[in-house]
Design a protein around this ligand. Structure first.
Ligand code: GRF
Length: 224
């Protein structure tokens, strides 16, 4: 079975990109990262990509970027797009071309604590301010609205007494680094013989729940 060609879009340090590089690097992985695209030339994620020998492109998110992004995705024969800390809105034309084949990771349990302005520490501060006892990680399909498309998988992280935005961010990030690779591997397998990514269930053999830390529930909060 041929490996699904993946593009990863980034804006920052790229720790989630690194988790994907680690899992998709081996030759027997179900996918490979064909290109890493950043809207910022100084993103640390680009160094991680170069260190792994992965091609990179910098495309400024200036409202004129749709054609450039599509051209790069075509050039690298990309089937699956993963937003891993990409802080700009993906142009509608790109969303449309990759509908059902574009994933985003968000550091909370959507639909709570999502939307414009909800990124980085803003998310964790809002969770703490709300008094919520549970946060987590969501991987979802991308549509035209921020943090809005079909949820593919989620994993809970409890909020502990005394948590700060930093301590919560660190525990959520550790889960991101487990959940995103698990979902992307499953999505690569799905796209080998399908045309869109389907929500995962705990029963899926591709989705190893036990590999995620802090499971306080018998099952993940994923659609059946
Ligand atoms: C992560 O928390 C991700 O959920 C959010 O942006 C952050 C990116 O971190 N979308 P990194 O660049 O992968 O380290």
């Amino acid at each position: 079975m041929s490996r699904t060609r993946v593009a990863v879009l980034v804006s920052g340090r790229g720790s989630n990109l690194q988790a994907l590089v680690d899992v998709l690097g081996p030759a027997d992985a179900p996918g490979l990262i064909a290109i890493v695209i950043s809207n910022r030339a100084d993103a640390g994620a680009l160094d991680r990509a170069r260190a792994a020998g992965i091609p990179t492109a910098v495309i400024a998110a200036d409202g004129q970027d749709a054609e450039q992004i599509l051209a790069v995705l075509r050039q690298h024969e990309v089937r699956l797009v993963v937003l891993a800390g990409y802080l700009k809105k993906v142009p509608d034309a790109v969303v449309s071309a990759y509908r059902g084949r574009m994933l985003n990771i968000h550091p909370a349990l959507l639909p709570a604590f999502g939307g414009a302005g909800m990124y980085g520490h803003h998310v964790h501060e809002a969770v703490l301010a709300s008094g919520a006892r549970l946060t987590g990680v969501t991987v979802h399909l991308v549509d035209e609205q921020f943090d809005h498309g079909t949820i593919v998988a989620q994993w809970p992280v409890p909020v502990r007494p005394g948590d700060t935005a930093d301590s919560l961010a660190a525990r959520v990030l550790a889960v991101e680094h487990r959940l995103l690779p698990a979902v992307v591997r499953a999505a690569c397998r799905q796209l080998a013989d399908g045309d869109h990514v389907r929500p995962l269930s705990g029963a899926s053999d591709a989705f190893v729940l036990a590999s995620c830390p802090e499971p306080t529930f018998a099952d993940a909060l994923v659609p059946a």
